[in-house]
Design a protein around this ligand. Sequence first.
Ligand code: SAM
Length: 259
Amino acid sequence: MKRLLRRIIYEGVYAWACIGGSVAFNRGFAPVDPGRTIDAAFSNDLSQIQLYAELVRLLPNSDREFQDLSLLDAPAGCGGGLRHLKNRYPALNATGVDTSLVARLRSKWLGVRVVKGEMARLPFADKQFDCVLCVEGLFYDPPAAFLREGHRVLKEGGYLLVAEAFRKDRDVHAYFSQLGTQTGFEIETIVDATAGVRQALHDRYAHFRESFLLRIPFVRERFKEMLCLPDSEQFLKWQTGKLVYQLVMLRRRTGDVRA
Ligand SMILES: C[S@@+](CC[C@H](N)C(=O)[O-])C[C@H]1O[C@@H](n2cnc3c(N)ncnc32)[C@H](O)[C@@H]1O
């Protein structure tokens, strides 16, 4: 029931976002690199695309090596992150997966490949990818189920990159260390991106202030937490430091996962 409701909400959000010209749906990161405006598709989502740029910056591959990688974005949403990566590395073999039909239709328009599938049941063969990205999708299915799937579809030594929000009192290193032991990964890097995310959330309010729909009290009440509007508990938690944002790079260990 919860899954169905989430699905319906996402379809609605994406339908609305598409009309508004959005191509990504995450908390974003600021400041945005100069030059991010070159692709007009990103004009409403510069900080959301920047978050992808910050995440892949963790990878050790040089630009030349990156061209030859095969990469999965799970969940990819509308595919804005994939489009950024394809712009930057045209030969990259990039695929996304998402449950939302509207997001997948939107990705076609953006010229990137996003297929139907769930985090805990990735519709791909074993050892197919060099890298798997997960921007704000870790908790939709049980994280261990997703990481096991990540381990299955990654080549030996491949990377799983996660961008996610956590409560400040959570020991993120211990969390991923334990999860990694169960699912066949070791931690390579953890970078605290809280300041950049907090800034992006703050800046984004100016964009939502223009929205006619969000002036309707019923709509605003339903979506304020998801969109992190300034009158939401979420916004307060970010601004008072109760939530943090981490970029995590895990490396797939060789061999099978322990049961
Ligand atoms: C916060 S959005 C992030 C999307 C994308 N990474 C981005 O930054 O634009 C979360 C996405 O997860 C998708 N989703 C939710 N539950 C899912 C599941 N069980 N399997 C795959 N995708 C799921 C939603 O449809 C939505 O597109």
